[in-house]
Design a protein around this ligand. Structure first.
Ligand SMILES: NC(=O)c1ccc[n+]([C@@H]2O[C@H](COP(=O)([O-])OP(=O)(O)OC[C@H]3O[C@@H](n4cnc5c(N)ncnc54)[C@H](OP(=O)(O)O)[C@@H]3O)[C@@H](O)[C@H]2O)c1
Length: 256
């Protein structure tokens, strides 16, 4: 594909791309020309996403590691640079909440969420930035959440981590802007991923209508409804956009 949104010649790493939003964004970036490094911990899951990209005519490399394992994450970025020549786009998507109340969560449970949703994103961005700075071009896209802006019960560590990720987005945008790197975030609302559909909504079916009615569009998002946002922020169409949080929530955070 040519034009404003083309990612031809770019290499993108999408963390947590074995399923859910990461898988959809990996497919979208590949469909727009990027070679996508499909990441997750589970080899079978990332192999399936990589095969789907190839079946659609794109190119992909599966790469498994735990983002909270700092030496493994550093080694993965170095390997991408060595094997593929360059890493141009980092989508920090791997993350989750644990549903523990602030009163009950152990220190270890708190630390785990901050580690996955914030610390690991910082460390990957810092490692990836070295090559981006040398080449004077880079895109870092952090996947936040509406929970950085509005809180829900039993989610304090997640709300804090995602709010921290948005602060980090602004700080890195300022620090690395002079080197040609843009750093932005996407804050999704409630999206109908397989995990939400098959696990969380099955456990609490009333959540479906409750959250749908909280949005201006009166529905949940589909798993592929971040695709336009991630392609935009990765492409030259967003060359002058940095330090921004693009909220994709069906209007949940603007509705009283
Ligand atoms: N779904 C929503 O409604 C929603 C709303 C707002 C924000 N978000 C954010 O969007 C992102 C994706 O959410 P999702 O719902 O698509 O998640 P998901 O379906 O639970 O998938 C999470 C992905 O992250 C990977 N992952 C998790 N921890 C990891 C670790 N320590 N190291 C490596 N990989 C790890 C998993 O890989 P393995 O399977 O290989 O372990 C999986 O590919 C998250 O940051 C989430 O907070 C989601």
């Amino acid at each position: 594909m040519t034009g404003l949104f083309s990612l031809k010649g770019k290499v993108a790493l999408v963390t947590g791309a074995s399923r859910g939003l990461g898988r959809a964004m990996a497919l979208a970036l590949a469909a727009n020309g990027a070679h996508v490094v499909v990441h997750g911990r589970n080899q079978a899951g990332i192999d399936i996403t990589a095969a789907a990209i190839r079946a659609a005519g794109g190119t992909a490399t599966p790469l498994a590691f735990d983002t909270t394992d700092s030496p493994a994450a550093d080694a993965a970025v170095d390997r991408i640079e060595a094997d593929l020549g360059h890493l141009d786009i980092l989508v920090n998507n791997a993350g989750y909440g644990n549903g523990r109340t602030a009163s009950e969560a152990s220190n270890a449970e708190w630390d785990e969420i901050i580690d996955v949703d914030l610390n690991a994103c910082f460390r990957l961005a810092r490692r990836a930035s070295a090559g981006m700075i040398r080449r004077r071009w880079g895109r870092i896209i952090n996947i936040s959440s509406v929970n950085a802006h509005i809180a829900r019960e039993a989610n304090a560590s997640y709300c804090a981590a995602k709010a921290g990720l948005e602060g980090l987005t602004r700080a890195l945008a300022v620090e690395w802007g002079p080197h040609g790197i843009t750093v932005n975030a996407i804050a999704p609302g409630y999206m109908m991923t397989p995990d939400n559909r098959d696990t969380k909504l099955r456990a609490d079916p009333q959540q479906h209508d409750r959250f749908a009615q909280r949005t201006a569009l009166c529905r949940w998002g589909q798993a592929d409804e971040l695709d336009g946002a991630v392609v935009y922020l990765a492409s030259n169409a967003a060359a002058y956009c940095t330090g921004h949080v693009l909220v994709v929530d069906g209007g949940m955070t603007v509705k009283i």
